[in-house]
Design a binder for this molecule. Structure first.
Ligand SMILES: *Cc1c(COP(=O)(O)O)cnc(C)c1O
Length: 406
């Protein structure tokens, strides 16, 4: 077979256009989506889907939320972009908000860019500044980690199949296993920073081992190493706390944020704590679009609505309900469930996650294959019990269809 084919086997017009004109770096999409409302989206043929992926943990308020729509339109009509020569009230307010929500407090500082990868680039440069006069040349990240697709963030990413074609990458990065033993062997005075995700979303919603983050905090503090927590997927309330590290009672040196904080508007950022806030000096980093009034106003509105509507608590509550429903499913394909709040991974008994996610699409449910044997669930934080009922019904049908196709 040559050209692209849809799930039903017929090549459609949009698939041909995609195949012809979109960069070959991108896999063939599952559908051409047209519009959305709440936790639902519709494709260009009018098919409705329950969106339990939310653009990979991005659409915190769901689709076309009135607060989001109002924020984009009023700020676009007022002031969208000013360059780094100026600041604006929304940028100042967002810096104050994210330093407050993260607990970075009075010593906290924030820098804004436009994506997760760019946030991790800023964090990587921060790590280079923690060099103790050149003595610290190593940077640690975890095996299977995902930190982005730009050269620096790719250097931090621990997935050979994403990296190999793009070597040589920025140097000094070593990937270690997510074990306390590996930490103890690797962390010393020659290390500038350790990067960790509280839950490895792209690796298949894999949680850190118990005690790992606090052991990492102890060791890094003892050796002057920055503990940088990538909260790009776990932040903005998704796990049932504002940020994933807050479940563990540790205080990091920096966190990176993106995805859910903009609710669908592109924005990313670096938040520093304590001494790490003193490392950058004027002129050492910037971004033309970064921190512009449009993006920062929308992020303020999204985070403000998450706060006002109690969506962090809702993520915890709905997460428990989704988990209970998945645990109650009577399917031989379901082996278990991992994750926290509304970032969950259904472990499958066989490596058929792609088959299951395709069957889910056919049943009107968007989830994704985070790896060969894990289905990722990351719905908008606004979901209610009726959405979960519907999810359970459609997911049950998808599992049955997948099991029948085996
Ligand atoms: C998505 C993601 C990134 C990269 O973010 P982009 O906005 O796609 O550049 C980095 N780290 C984690 C943990 C992510 O989930």
């Amino acid at each position: 077979m040559t050209g692209p084919t849809s799930m039903t086997g017929t090549t459609t017009d949009w698939q041909q256009r995609f195949d012809r004109r979109i960069m070959r770096s991108m896999a063939m999409p599952l559908a051409k989506l047209d519009h959305g409302r709440g936790a639902r989206v519709w494709d260009a043929d009018g098919n409705e889907y329950l969106d339990f992926l939310a653009g990979i943990a991005v659409n915190s308020l769901g689709h076309a939320h009135p607060v989001f729509v109002e924020a984009v339109s009023t700020q676009a009509a007022r002031l969208a972009h000013v360059s780094n020569y100026f600041t604006s009230e929304p940028a100042l307010e967002l810096a104050e908000r994210v330093t407050r929500l993260s607990g970075a407090g009075d010593e906290g500082r924030a820098w804004f860019g436009n994506s997760g990868a760019e946030a991790n680039e800023a964090a990587f440069k921060l790590a280079r500044l923690n060099n103790s006069g050149g003595a610290r040349t190593r940077v640690l990240a975890l095996v299977d980690a995902f930190h982005g697709r730009t050269m620096g963030s790719l250097a931090l990413t621990g997935k050979p199949h994403m990296r190999d074609a793009f070597e040589p990458l920025p140097g000094g990065v070593e990937h270690i296993d997510a074990t306390i033993r590996a930490l103890e062997a690797a962390v010393d005075d020659g290390v500038a920073a350790l990067f960790v995700e509280p839950i490895q979303g792209e690796a298949g919603v894999v949680e850190l081992p118990d005690g790992f983050l606090s052991a990492a905090r102890d060791l890094t503090r003892r050796h002057g190493v920055l503990l940088i927590v990538d909260e790009i997927q776990t932040g903005a309330g998704r796990t049932g706390e504002w940020f994933g590290f807050q479940h563990e009672g540790v205080v990091p040196d920096a966190i990176t944020i993106a995805k859910g904080i903009g609710g669908g508007f592109p924005i990313g950022g670096l938040v520093t704590f304590g001494h790490a806030s003193t490392l950058y000096s004027r002129g050492q980093h910037g971004s033309t679009f970064g921190g512009n009034p449009l993006a920062t106003h929308v992020a303020n509105a999204v985070l403000g609505e998450i706060e006002r509507a109690g969506l962090v608590e809702n993520a915890a509550l709905r997460g428990r309900q989704v988990r209970a429903r998945v645990e109650g499913l009577d399917s031989p394909l379901v082996a278990g469930i991992r994750g926290r709040g509304l970032l969950l991974g259904v472990a499958l008994a066989e490596p058929v996650a792609q088959l299951v996610s395709n069957a889910a699409m056919q049943a009107g449910l968007i989830v994704n294959a985070a790896n060969d044997s894990t289905i990722r669930i990351a719905p908008p934080l606004i979901i209610d019990e009726a959405d979960i009922d519907e999810f359970a019904e459609r997911f049950t049908r998808a599992l049955a269809a997948a099991a029948a196709a085996l």
